[in-house]
Design a protein around this ligand. Structure first.
Ligand code: EPZ
Length: 419
């Protein structure tokens, strides 16, 4: 089993290059099933969630080539399957995007309920509601959600909750559906916009992505082309938190500063100096004490839930009491019990974590309990006294490209070992 060993206490300094966005890539790759002709997708992160979604579309008959580690060429001409393999789907949440993509491409989809990180109930009722509004018939058996889309057509969907996945799935299902679709109360995350931009660049007619209301006029076909995925907002925020938590000075490159506004605002409130450039931010926390703050996670443009664990660790390094409220997931603080092995002082009540910061974190052996929890353990280890050993790296590998190399490049003492 692989482990990461980190010797803490070294301020990070230097430059780190951010990869393409995981949550855009895992939506855009299945979207390529809707396209006639070859799609070349650039800036694809080299992470295991991408490997999993590529394996899933291959198993449906798509041809996939990787001319280099960050470029994927997908030719979906020979796709003939409409049943996703359960053992592949269980590996990741985004397997549910095969529902929307197969509805549009095949008129039929059999996809198991998704896997992925476990933070309480993760329903897909809004995804299924949107398919029904577009004329689909759905039944669920022990293994699959079975969707018949013989009567697929445009329709109106009002989402009861703001859901990234349901918004993306509805866009996928509606892109080739005859007629007009109106989606209301949509998620506005950058990866929703990136998916719409990808589909529009291949000939779709999708307007309003990034706002509450998305309007789609179904087109009869999409043509192939080349598209480059946006930088990963969450990976960028993770390195920002690591730089600030170690009281370092790091330039984070290949980012879209606008996507980081809610993060930048909170860091500045803490007293971190942020310098913004066209495609980079400099995070400097080596010259003055930081302040405790309150943070609430919300759908975009609010502070992202996926940066809640890194933020908790950053706040644990700051003297005083900080409060973090989780506003998206019911149960996303389970990782705290693992961090308690490193002497973090956090009291969790429901969706509110009260952090008593400023006492030193201690190196320990911990397990990455999920993707972003794993990232928070890496940050805790970078700040801690002594050496920390992190296992269950499969979670971190799902979403962080070459994390060990990137950390070494900014001065961290970290190595990956096979135990
Ligand atoms: C996406 O998950 C991301 N995953 C998650 O990132 C992220 O935490 C989440 O959006 C919120 O930003 C991918 O993009 C693959 P949601 P998703 O549907 O789409 C409720 C990471 O670390 N809800 O926006 O599954 C739900 O329970 C991962 O990269 C319903 O009630 O999240 C939650 O409270 C982890 N019914 C809220 O909406 C539904 O049908 C938001 O969930 C769907 C969701």
């Amino acid at each position: 089993m692989d482990k990461i060993l980190i010797k803490g206490g070294i301020p990070l300094k230097g430059e780190v290059h951010i990869s393409g966005a995981k949550n855009a890539a895992v939506a855009i790759i299945p979207a390529a099933l809707l396209v006639e002709g070859k799609c070349t997708i650039e800036n694809v992160p080299d992470i295991s969630d991408v490997d999993s979604i590529l394996a899933m579309i291959r198993s449906l008959g798509a041809r996939v080539e990787k001319p280099d580690i960050n470029t994927v060429v997908i030719d979906a001409e020979n796709v003939s399957g409409c049943t996703a393999q359960p053992e592949l789907a269980a590996k990741m949440r985004a397997s549910y995007y095969l529902m929307g993509a197969l509805i549009g491409r095949m008129g039929e989809a059999h996809v198991p309920p998704p896997g992925g990180c476990n933070f309480g109930t993760r329903p897909i009722d809004q995804h299924l509601k949107s398919f029904e509004c577009l004329g689909c018939m759905i039944d669920t058996d022990d293994t699959f959600v079975n969707i018949n889309a013989d009567d697929l057509s445009g329709g109106n969907v009002y989402f009861d909750v703001v859901s990234v996945g349901a918004t993306i799935n509805a866009i996928l299902a509606a892109t080739l559906a005859p007629g007009k679709t109106i989606l209301e109360n949509c998620a506005k995350e950058p990866h929703v916009v990136d998916l719409a931009n990808f589909l529009n660049s291949m000939g779709a007619n999708i307007k309003g992505a990034g706002t509450d209301i998305i309007k789609i006029v179904g087109v009869s076909s999409l043509r192939g082309g080349t598209y480059s995925i946006i930088p990963d907002q969450i990976e960028a925020g993770t390195y920002m938190a690591a730089a600030a938590a170690t009281r370092g000075d790091v330039i984070i490159k290949n980012i879209i500063p606008k996507h980081l506004e809610s993060i930048t605002a909170k860091f500045e409130e803490m007293g971190v100096t942020i310098e913004e450039y066209d495609e980079a931010v400099r995070v400097k926390a080596d010259d003055k004490p930081l302040k405790s703050i309150r943070v609430k996670t919300l759908p975009y443009p609010g502070f992202p839930t996926d940066l809640q664990p890194p933020m908790v660790v950053l706040l644990a390094t700051v003297s005083g009491t900080s409060v973090v409220t989780e506003g998206v997931w019911d149960s996303r603080f389970q990782y705290i019990s693992e961090l308690e092995k490193m002497d973090i002082n956090v009291d969790v009540k429901g969706t509110v974590a009260t952090i008593k910061g400023g006492t030193p974190l201690k190196g320990a052996s911990v397990s990455a309990t999920d993707l972003r929890a794993g990232a928070s353990m890496v940050i805790a280890a970078l700040c801690a006294e002594g050496t920390t050993e992190i296992d269950c790296l499969r979670h971190i590998d799902r979403g962080y490209e070459h994390i060990v190399d990137k950390l070494i490049a900014i001065g961290a003492q970290v190595e990956r070992i096979n135990d």
